[in-house]
Design a protein around this ligand. Structure first.
Ligand code: FEO
Length: 399
Protein backbone atom coordinates (compact mmCIF):
# COMPACT_ATOMS: atom_id res chain seq x y z
CA UNK A 1 0.00 0.00 0.00
CA UNK A 2 1.34 3.42 -0.92
CA UNK A 3 2.17 5.84 1.86
CA UNK A 4 3.05 9.39 0.82
CA UNK A 5 2.66 12.94 2.04
CA UNK A 6 2.66 16.32 0.37
CA UNK A 7 5.43 18.68 1.39
CA UNK A 8 4.02 21.35 -0.91
CA UNK A 9 1.35 21.14 -3.57
CA UNK A 10 3.65 19.42 -6.05
CA UNK A 11 6.51 18.12 -3.92
CA UNK A 12 5.66 14.79 -2.34
CA UNK A 13 7.48 12.62 0.20
CA UNK A 14 7.73 9.12 -1.30
CA UNK A 15 10.31 7.58 1.04
CA UNK A 16 10.11 4.70 3.48
CA UNK A 17 10.56 3.89 7.17
CA UNK A 18 12.54 1.03 8.64
CA UNK A 19 11.68 0.02 12.20
CA UNK A 20 13.30 -3.42 11.94
CA UNK A 21 16.91 -2.41 11.42
CA UNK A 22 18.91 -2.86 14.62
CA UNK A 23 21.85 -0.67 13.73
CA UNK A 24 22.24 2.15 11.23
CA UNK A 25 25.45 1.65 9.22
CA UNK A 26 25.55 -1.69 11.10
CA UNK A 27 26.94 0.41 13.92
CA UNK A 28 24.50 2.77 15.63
CA UNK A 29 21.52 1.32 17.55
CA UNK A 30 18.25 2.84 16.31
CA UNK A 31 15.48 1.74 18.68
CA UNK A 32 13.18 4.34 17.09
CA UNK A 33 14.01 3.18 13.57
CA UNK A 34 15.00 5.45 10.71
CA UNK A 35 13.35 7.08 7.72
CA UNK A 36 14.83 7.24 4.24
CA UNK A 37 13.35 10.31 2.64
CA UNK A 38 12.87 10.68 -1.08
CA UNK A 39 10.94 13.54 -2.64
CA UNK A 40 9.09 13.61 -5.93
CA UNK A 41 8.57 16.89 -7.77
CA UNK A 42 5.59 16.74 -10.11
CA UNK A 43 6.28 19.59 -12.49
CA UNK A 44 6.28 19.80 -16.27
CA UNK A 45 9.21 17.45 -15.85
CA UNK A 46 9.09 14.87 -13.08
CA UNK A 47 12.07 14.85 -10.71
CA UNK A 48 13.00 12.50 -7.89
CA UNK A 49 15.35 13.76 -5.19
CA UNK A 50 17.45 10.69 -4.24
CA UNK A 51 16.30 7.11 -3.80
CA UNK A 52 16.17 5.03 -0.60
CA UNK A 53 17.84 2.15 1.19
CA UNK A 54 17.36 -1.37 -0.14
CA UNK A 55 15.32 -2.34 2.94
CA UNK A 56 12.40 -0.04 2.05
CA UNK A 57 12.50 -0.53 -1.72
CA UNK A 58 9.02 -2.05 -2.02
CA UNK A 59 7.40 0.77 -0.08
CA UNK A 60 9.33 3.38 -2.02
CA UNK A 61 8.46 1.94 -5.44
CA UNK A 62 4.78 1.66 -4.47
CA UNK A 63 4.84 5.31 -3.39
CA UNK A 64 6.62 6.47 -6.49
CA UNK A 65 4.39 4.55 -8.89
CA UNK A 66 1.26 5.78 -7.15
CA UNK A 67 2.29 9.42 -7.32
CA UNK A 68 3.67 9.28 -10.84
CA UNK A 69 0.49 7.65 -12.11
CA UNK A 70 0.93 7.16 -15.81
CA UNK A 71 3.85 9.58 -16.04
CA UNK A 72 7.48 8.57 -16.42
CA UNK A 73 10.41 9.87 -14.42
CA UNK A 74 12.44 12.53 -16.23
CA UNK A 75 15.20 13.20 -13.67
CA UNK A 76 16.74 11.56 -10.67
CA UNK A 77 18.87 14.00 -8.68
CA UNK A 78 21.62 12.16 -6.78
CA UNK A 79 22.80 14.36 -3.95
CA UNK A 80 24.73 11.70 -2.05
CA UNK A 81 26.07 8.30 -3.03
CA UNK A 82 25.85 6.47 0.30
CA UNK A 83 23.83 3.30 -0.31
CA UNK A 84 21.03 4.28 2.11
CA UNK A 85 20.07 6.80 -0.61
CA UNK A 86 21.42 5.36 -3.83
CA UNK A 87 20.67 1.64 -3.57
CA UNK A 88 17.75 1.94 -5.98
CA UNK A 89 19.40 3.87 -8.80
CA UNK A 90 19.84 0.70 -10.87
CA UNK A 91 16.20 -0.30 -10.40
CA UNK A 92 14.94 3.12 -11.40
CA UNK A 93 17.20 3.15 -14.46
CA UNK A 94 15.63 -0.13 -15.58
CA UNK A 95 12.12 1.04 -14.87
CA UNK A 96 12.43 4.50 -16.42
CA UNK A 97 14.52 4.21 -19.60
CA UNK A 98 14.36 7.96 -20.32
CA UNK A 99 15.38 9.04 -16.81
CA UNK A 100 18.38 11.39 -16.66
CA UNK A 101 20.63 11.37 -13.61
CA UNK A 102 21.53 14.84 -12.40
CA UNK A 103 24.83 14.51 -10.56
CA UNK A 104 28.16 16.24 -10.05
CA UNK A 105 31.50 14.93 -11.28
CA UNK A 106 32.45 13.24 -7.98
CA UNK A 107 29.10 11.49 -7.88
CA UNK A 108 29.55 10.29 -11.43
CA UNK A 109 32.82 8.55 -10.55
CA UNK A 110 31.22 6.96 -7.47
CA UNK A 111 28.29 5.69 -9.54
CA UNK A 112 30.74 3.47 -11.37
CA UNK A 113 32.06 2.17 -8.04
CA UNK A 114 28.67 1.16 -6.67
CA UNK A 115 27.21 -0.25 -9.88
CA UNK A 116 28.47 -2.44 -12.70
CA UNK A 117 27.42 0.22 -15.17
CA UNK A 118 28.36 3.89 -15.24
CA UNK A 119 24.98 5.22 -16.54
CA UNK A 120 27.11 7.42 -18.79
CA UNK A 121 24.44 8.11 -21.40
CA UNK A 122 21.99 9.29 -18.72
CA UNK A 123 24.21 11.73 -16.88
CA UNK A 124 23.13 15.34 -16.65
CA UNK A 125 26.32 16.78 -15.18
CA UNK A 126 25.88 19.63 -12.72
CA UNK A 127 28.25 21.90 -10.84
CA UNK A 128 28.05 24.63 -8.21
CA UNK A 129 25.31 27.13 -9.03
CA UNK A 130 23.85 25.26 -12.00
CA UNK A 131 20.09 25.44 -12.31
CA UNK A 132 17.77 22.74 -13.55
CA UNK A 133 14.47 24.20 -14.73
CA UNK A 134 11.68 21.66 -14.63
CA UNK A 135 8.78 23.91 -15.56
CA UNK A 136 7.65 25.90 -12.57
CA UNK A 137 10.55 24.81 -10.38
CA UNK A 138 14.14 26.01 -10.57
CA UNK A 139 16.55 23.68 -8.82
CA UNK A 140 19.90 25.19 -7.94
CA UNK A 141 22.75 22.86 -7.04
CA UNK A 142 25.07 23.76 -4.19
CA UNK A 143 28.12 21.67 -3.43
CA UNK A 144 28.55 20.56 0.19
CA UNK A 145 31.71 18.44 0.13
CA UNK A 146 32.35 16.36 3.26
CA UNK A 147 28.91 16.90 4.75
CA UNK A 148 29.62 14.08 5.19
CA UNK A 149 30.95 12.45 1.99
CA UNK A 150 33.10 14.16 -0.67
CA UNK A 151 30.45 14.19 -3.41
CA UNK A 152 27.58 15.62 -1.36
CA UNK A 153 25.55 18.44 -2.81
CA UNK A 154 22.33 20.04 -1.68
CA UNK A 155 19.63 21.50 -3.88
CA UNK A 156 17.75 24.76 -3.45
CA UNK A 157 14.34 25.00 -5.07
CA UNK A 158 14.15 28.70 -5.83
CA UNK A 159 10.43 28.48 -6.55
CA UNK A 160 9.41 27.00 -3.21
CA UNK A 161 12.34 28.49 -1.24
CA UNK A 162 13.01 24.94 -0.18
CA UNK A 163 16.35 23.29 0.56
CA UNK A 164 16.82 19.60 -0.15
CA UNK A 165 19.62 19.26 2.39
CA UNK A 166 20.91 15.69 1.84
CA UNK A 167 22.06 14.18 5.18
CA UNK A 168 22.36 17.62 6.79
CA UNK A 169 19.50 18.32 9.22
CA UNK A 170 18.73 14.59 9.32
CA UNK A 171 17.96 12.52 12.40
CA UNK A 172 17.54 8.90 13.43
CA UNK A 173 13.92 7.88 14.07
CA UNK A 174 11.19 6.56 11.79
CA UNK A 175 8.43 8.94 10.71
CA UNK A 176 5.17 7.91 12.31
CA UNK A 177 2.80 9.53 9.83
CA UNK A 178 3.85 12.97 11.00
CA UNK A 179 6.23 14.26 8.37
CA UNK A 180 6.84 17.78 9.69
CA UNK A 181 8.84 18.76 12.75
CA UNK A 182 5.92 20.96 13.80
CA UNK A 183 3.68 17.89 13.94
CA UNK A 184 5.79 16.19 16.63
CA UNK A 185 7.31 17.08 20.01
CA UNK A 186 10.67 17.59 18.39
CA UNK A 187 12.57 18.74 21.44
CA UNK A 188 11.04 16.07 23.66
CA UNK A 189 11.07 13.10 21.29
CA UNK A 190 13.56 13.83 18.52
CA UNK A 191 16.31 16.18 19.62
CA UNK A 192 18.44 13.53 21.38
CA UNK A 193 18.39 11.35 18.27
CA UNK A 194 19.07 14.36 16.04
CA UNK A 195 22.08 15.22 18.16
CA UNK A 196 23.28 11.60 18.19
CA UNK A 197 22.89 11.45 14.41
CA UNK A 198 24.77 14.71 13.93
CA UNK A 199 27.58 13.99 16.39
CA UNK A 200 28.29 10.50 15.13
CA UNK A 201 27.64 10.81 11.40
CA UNK A 202 28.61 14.40 10.63
CA UNK A 203 30.42 15.46 13.83
CA UNK A 204 33.92 15.14 12.43
CA UNK A 205 33.18 17.67 9.69
CA UNK A 206 32.31 20.80 11.65
CA UNK A 207 34.31 23.07 9.37
CA UNK A 208 32.53 21.76 6.27
CA UNK A 209 29.12 22.13 7.95
CA UNK A 210 30.04 25.72 8.77
CA UNK A 211 30.87 26.27 5.09
CA UNK A 212 27.45 24.90 4.10
CA UNK A 213 25.68 27.04 6.71
CA UNK A 214 27.48 30.08 5.29
CA UNK A 215 26.22 29.27 1.80
CA UNK A 216 22.73 28.59 3.17
CA UNK A 217 22.66 31.91 5.01
CA UNK A 218 22.50 33.75 1.69
CA UNK A 219 19.34 31.85 0.72
CA UNK A 220 15.77 32.50 1.78
CA UNK A 221 14.93 29.05 3.16
CA UNK A 222 11.32 28.39 4.14
CA UNK A 223 11.41 24.59 4.09
CA UNK A 224 14.20 22.06 4.73
CA UNK A 225 13.83 18.53 3.36
CA UNK A 226 16.54 16.25 4.75
CA UNK A 227 17.18 12.64 3.78
CA UNK A 228 16.31 11.33 7.26
CA UNK A 229 13.70 12.45 9.77
CA UNK A 230 11.21 15.30 9.83
CA UNK A 231 10.82 18.07 7.27
CA UNK A 232 11.16 21.61 8.64
CA UNK A 233 8.71 24.34 7.64
CA UNK A 234 8.35 26.16 10.97
CA UNK A 235 10.89 27.41 13.46
CA UNK A 236 13.69 26.48 11.08
CA UNK A 237 16.08 28.85 12.90
CA UNK A 238 15.85 26.55 15.95
CA UNK A 239 17.40 23.62 14.10
CA UNK A 240 19.87 25.76 12.15
CA UNK A 241 21.06 27.16 15.48
CA UNK A 242 21.63 23.61 16.76
CA UNK A 243 23.64 22.76 13.64
CA UNK A 244 25.63 25.94 13.94
CA UNK A 245 26.42 25.21 17.58
CA UNK A 246 27.25 21.54 17.03
CA UNK A 247 29.49 22.31 14.08
CA UNK A 248 31.38 24.92 16.11
CA UNK A 249 31.74 22.27 18.84
CA UNK A 250 30.10 24.62 21.32
CA UNK A 251 28.11 22.90 24.08
CA UNK A 252 24.35 23.38 24.32
CA UNK A 253 24.16 23.04 28.09
CA UNK A 254 26.44 24.21 30.84
CA UNK A 255 26.11 20.87 32.56
CA UNK A 256 28.14 17.91 33.78
CA UNK A 257 28.25 14.48 32.19
CA UNK A 258 30.03 11.77 34.18
CA UNK A 259 31.13 8.68 32.28
CA UNK A 260 32.70 5.86 34.19
CA UNK A 261 34.11 2.42 33.61
CA UNK A 262 33.83 0.12 36.59
CA UNK A 263 34.81 -3.54 36.77
CA UNK A 264 33.45 -4.51 40.19
CA UNK A 265 31.59 -1.36 41.19
CA UNK A 266 34.28 0.46 43.20
CA UNK A 267 34.84 3.20 40.62
CA UNK A 268 31.07 3.47 40.21
CA UNK A 269 30.73 3.95 43.96
CA UNK A 270 33.24 6.83 43.87
CA UNK A 271 31.33 8.39 40.98
CA UNK A 272 28.06 8.16 42.90
CA UNK A 273 29.69 9.89 45.87
CA UNK A 274 31.02 12.62 43.57
CA UNK A 275 27.64 13.12 41.87
CA UNK A 276 25.92 13.58 45.24
CA UNK A 277 28.55 16.04 46.37
CA UNK A 278 28.13 18.02 43.16
CA UNK A 279 24.37 18.02 43.61
CA UNK A 280 24.80 19.30 47.17
CA UNK A 281 26.80 22.15 45.69
CA UNK A 282 23.69 23.08 43.75
CA UNK A 283 24.59 21.56 40.40
CA UNK A 284 21.55 20.34 38.52
CA UNK A 285 20.92 17.88 35.70
CA UNK A 286 24.03 15.79 36.34
CA UNK A 287 24.11 12.88 33.90
CA UNK A 288 25.93 9.65 34.84
CA UNK A 289 26.67 6.84 32.37
CA UNK A 290 28.26 3.43 32.68
CA UNK A 291 30.57 3.21 29.68
CA UNK A 292 30.07 -0.57 29.50
CA UNK A 293 26.34 -0.46 29.02
CA UNK A 294 25.76 2.79 27.17
CA UNK A 295 26.40 2.75 23.45
CA UNK A 296 29.34 4.93 22.56
CA UNK A 297 27.18 6.89 20.06
CA UNK A 298 25.00 8.04 23.00
CA UNK A 299 28.05 9.03 25.01
CA UNK A 300 29.40 11.04 22.10
CA UNK A 301 26.05 12.79 21.73
CA UNK A 302 26.06 13.66 25.43
CA UNK A 303 29.59 15.00 25.14
CA UNK A 304 28.44 17.20 22.23
CA UNK A 305 25.58 18.44 24.43
CA UNK A 306 27.29 19.24 27.72
CA UNK A 307 30.13 21.59 28.60
CA UNK A 308 31.83 19.56 31.34
CA UNK A 309 32.88 15.95 31.41
CA UNK A 310 34.16 13.69 34.17
CA UNK A 311 35.92 10.55 32.99
CA UNK A 312 36.46 7.80 35.54
CA UNK A 313 38.50 4.81 34.49
CA UNK A 314 40.16 1.75 35.98
CA UNK A 315 43.68 0.87 34.93
CA UNK A 316 43.37 -2.37 32.97
CA UNK A 317 46.32 -4.56 31.94
CA UNK A 318 48.46 -1.50 32.54
CA UNK A 319 46.37 0.44 30.01
CA UNK A 320 42.92 1.98 29.92
CA UNK A 321 39.72 0.05 30.53
CA UNK A 322 38.87 -0.88 26.90
CA UNK A 323 35.45 0.82 26.59
CA UNK A 324 36.92 4.09 27.93
CA UNK A 325 39.79 3.77 25.47
CA UNK A 326 37.27 3.21 22.70
CA UNK A 327 35.28 6.29 23.78
CA UNK A 328 38.43 8.42 23.75
CA UNK A 329 39.30 7.18 20.30
CA UNK A 330 35.79 8.06 19.06
CA UNK A 331 36.09 11.50 20.66
CA UNK A 332 39.23 12.06 18.62
CA UNK A 333 37.74 10.63 15.43
CA UNK A 334 34.68 12.86 15.76
CA UNK A 335 36.75 15.94 16.46
CA UNK A 336 35.36 16.68 19.95
CA UNK A 337 36.71 20.02 21.15
CA UNK A 338 36.17 22.87 23.59
CA UNK A 339 35.27 20.84 26.67
CA UNK A 340 36.42 20.87 30.29
CA UNK A 341 37.34 17.45 31.62
CA UNK A 342 38.03 16.11 35.10
CA UNK A 343 39.70 12.73 35.49
CA UNK A 344 39.32 9.95 38.03
CA UNK A 345 41.65 6.97 37.86
CA UNK A 346 41.51 3.68 39.70
CA UNK A 347 44.20 1.03 39.98
CA UNK A 348 44.72 -1.90 42.33
CA UNK A 349 48.30 -2.55 41.18
CA UNK A 350 49.36 0.83 39.84
CA UNK A 351 46.95 3.59 38.87
CA UNK A 352 48.14 4.95 35.53
CA UNK A 353 44.80 5.49 33.75
CA UNK A 354 44.72 9.21 34.56
CA UNK A 355 48.02 9.94 32.87
CA UNK A 356 46.96 7.91 29.83
CA UNK A 357 43.60 9.69 29.57
CA UNK A 358 45.27 13.10 29.74
CA UNK A 359 47.69 12.06 26.99
CA UNK A 360 44.78 11.13 24.75
CA UNK A 361 42.87 14.31 25.60
CA UNK A 362 45.92 16.34 24.62
CA UNK A 363 45.43 15.05 21.07
CA UNK A 364 42.06 16.88 20.94
CA UNK A 365 41.61 20.59 20.33
CA UNK A 366 40.88 23.09 23.09
CA UNK A 367 40.27 20.60 25.87
CA UNK A 368 40.86 21.97 29.32
CA UNK A 369 41.83 19.20 31.74
CA UNK A 370 41.29 20.15 35.38
CA UNK A 371 44.51 20.01 37.32
CA UNK A 372 43.49 17.88 40.25
CA UNK A 373 42.87 14.24 39.44
CA UNK A 374 41.26 11.84 41.86
CA UNK A 375 43.23 8.64 42.34
CA UNK A 376 41.55 5.59 43.83
CA UNK A 377 43.48 2.53 44.84
CA UNK A 378 40.82 -0.15 44.50
CA UNK A 379 38.25 1.67 46.67
CA UNK A 380 37.60 5.27 47.61
CA UNK A 381 38.46 5.42 51.32
CA UNK A 382 36.81 7.37 54.13
CA UNK A 383 40.20 9.02 54.55
CA UNK A 384 39.84 10.55 51.08
CA UNK A 385 36.73 12.55 51.95
CA UNK A 386 38.58 15.85 51.88
CA UNK A 387 40.27 14.95 48.65
CA UNK A 388 36.91 14.09 47.06
CA UNK A 389 35.46 17.35 48.37
CA UNK A 390 38.31 19.33 46.80
CA UNK A 391 37.90 17.42 43.53
CA UNK A 392 34.16 18.18 43.47
CA UNK A 393 34.76 21.85 44.32
CA UNK A 394 37.22 22.11 41.46
CA UNK A 395 34.56 20.85 39.01
CA UNK A 396 31.84 23.05 40.49
CA UNK A 397 34.13 26.09 40.26
CA UNK A 398 35.01 25.31 36.66
CA UNK A 399 31.29 25.16 35.82
FE1 FEO B 1 22.02 8.92 4.98
FE2 FEO B 1 25.26 9.58 4.39
O1 FEO B 1 23.66 8.66 4.15
Amino acid sequence: MHNTRHVTEDIIWVGGNDRRLERFENLFPIPRGVSYNSYLILDKKTVLMDTVDLSVTEQFLANLEYRLGNRGLDYLVVQHMEPDHCANIGRLAEKYPDMKIAANMKTVSMLGQFFDESFEERIHLVKEGDILETGKHKLKFIMAPMVHWPEVMVTYDETEKLLFSADAFGTFGALNGNLFSDEVHFERDWLADARRYYANIVGKYGMQVQALLKKASSLDIQIICPLHGPVWRENIEYFIEKYDRWSRYEPEDKEIVIIYGSIYGYTESAVNALASLLAEKGIKNIAVYDVSKTHVSELIAEIFRASHLVLACPTYNGGLYPPVESLLSDMKALNVQKRTVAVIENGSWAATAGKQIVKKLEELKEISVLEQQLTIKSMLKQGQTQELEAFASQIADAL
